[in-house]
Design a protein around this ligand. Sequence first.
Ligand code: PGA
Length: 254
Amino acid sequence: MRKNLIVGNWKMHATHLETIQMVQKLSYRLEPSDYERVEVVVCPPFTALRSAQTVIEVDHLRIGLGAQNVFWEEEGAYTGEVAAGMLAKLAVAYVIVGHSERRQLFGESDADANRKVGAVLEHDMTPILCVGETEAEREAGSTEDKVAAQLRVGLQGLQAGAVEKVVIAYEPIWAIGTGRTASADDAGAVVTFIRGLVADEWGPAAEAVRILYGGSVNPGNIAGMMAKPDIDGALVGGASLDPDSLASIVRFWS
Ligand code: PGA
């Protein structure tokens, strides 16, 4: 049984004080039964992780904590980078890896994503590996080739037992932050393709691995996405910044 998962990716938004308020507001809007149906995770910027961890602990909240990036080395002369072990000490449970903004704006490669996935797993956290095609790639009919290549390299060297712990997020780049969501049919088809690829390469891991859709998810389109049997949840950017709308997405199951 794969538990539904909603992850809020706050990107470069929210100071540590704003983060405390957003986490508290979100928690006020959720019921204990919501957490039975769906796992809820927020990914604030690095500077807010400690504050988020504290409010979650002190108020005994059931909201999970995620980071938006990581570097694969354990420590050393890597100015500006943050190691997986540092995140694990802050009770971070999830780390987004290979987001398309990291790939496009900061030149991260599939090989980088692979090293990051390894470092995150090494510290008993869950990587959320993002894959997805550009608009030109979709129009050229190469969506599946692109996503398959990203997955094969991103998960290279992992055994099935490790792959089943990974979360994969299918995020068509043209749908991120644009308000143009993929149709549920198109998203569902690519996610089913991804599960098939995991089955081919890692066998039984395919039944366990959770696959999210991301790209302009909002309270109005979550139901269509979740009607697809292979989609296990969503990675939500813009709509996750408003605790009301993030709570509405989570409460779709209620
Ligand atoms: P969006 O972002 O929901 O604002 O499109 C999704 C993401 O980048 O993860």
